[in-house]
Ligand binder design. Structure first.
Ligand SMILES: NC(=O)c1ccc[n+]([C@@H]2O[C@H](COP(=O)([O-])OP(=O)(O)OC[C@H]3O[C@@H](n4cnc5c(N)ncnc54)[C@H](OP(=O)(O)O)[C@@H]3O)[C@@H](O)[C@H]2O)c1
Length: 233
């Protein structure tokens, strides 16, 4: 690969992940765009024609350990400047599902994808990040992770994003070289955010990339909204 900066994005085939992919390609980055089903990722496949030397499309289901093993080998010597843990699920049947409507499988799905998946991603690419001068890990979190924001619904999603925030704090404490943050995209018009959300993917991405660009080691271990305000855990 080339010597321009490299970003690895999970869940890159649609929504916020696709937005990050488009924005970093436009900025000249090498983009390792990962998703569960690359052959079905229409937008990413179209982009590979336009960005032949910049876009690297790979299969990564963040709940499948073998997928990580394969990518670790493929990218063994590749420095990665920015890792974006974006892949996520909101498995509740409806947003206001209380505890009686929370199914075990929904809880497991949220925890394995949103929290464990992010841990496995960091674990797999830590060495690639350590090859860079100012590496950054961006864990895409949510206001729904905040303990003070707890409401009596969306248990699976809230618990998983709170766990993701703990991953941010723990890894920031363990590794002082890599800047690790939890970042809130805002309420974004995607399949997950719905059509009533108040910002577009482009607006959210522009704000988040401005923040990512300006991160310093003092920011590591923080939970930020898309205006770079510090959020309560
Ligand atoms: N939209 C909002 O308002 C909002 C607000 C706060 C936080 N967020 C967070 O932002 C992130 C992106 O959300 P979005 O709004 O773009 O949602 P989205 O449109 O539903 O996209 C979710 C993405 O995650 C991928 N994904 C799900 N499970 C995966 C797995 N096991 N392995 C790899 N990829 C997987 C999906 O892939 P498939 O196409 O294969 O399903 C898809 O690419 C999520 O972490 C979400 O929690 C969103």
């Amino acid at each position: 690969m080339h010597t321009s900066p490299t970003v690895l994005i999970t869940g890159a085939n649609r929504g916020i992940g696709l937005g990050f992919t488009l924005a970093y390609l436009a900025r000249g980055y090498q983009v390792i765009a990962t998703c569960r089903h690359p052959q079905q990722a229409m937008e990413l496949n179209h982009l590979t024609a336009e960005y032949k030397t910049q876009l690297h499309l790979d299969k990564l289901d963040v709940t499948v350990e073998n997928d990580f093993a394969r990518l670790k080998v493929k990218y063994a010597d590749q420095p990665i400047d920015i890792l974006i843990n974006n892949a996520g699920v909101f498995p509740e049947d409806h947003e206001r599902a209380g505890i009686a409507h929370t199914r075990y499988q929904q809880l497991i799905s949220a925890l394995t994808t949103n929290a464990a998946g992010a841990l496995l991603t960091i674990q797999s690419f830590q060495q690639n990040l350590l090859r860079c001068e100012t590496p950054k890990i961006i864990n895409i979190s949510s206001q729904m992770a905040a303990l003070h924001h707890a409401k009596g619904f969306a248990y699976a999603y809230r618990m998983s994003k709170a766990a993701l925030n703990m991953l941010t704090c723990s890894f920031a404490a363990e590794n002082k070289h890599i800047i690790t943050i939890s970042l809130r995209p805002g309420w974004v018009k995607t399949a997950m955010g719905g059509s009533h959300a108040n910002i577009s993917v482009e607006e959210s991405i522009n704000k988040m990339i401005t923040i990512i660009d300006g991160l310093t080691r003092d920011d590591s271990g923080t939970f930020l909204d898309n205006d770079k305000n510090h959020c309560a855990w």
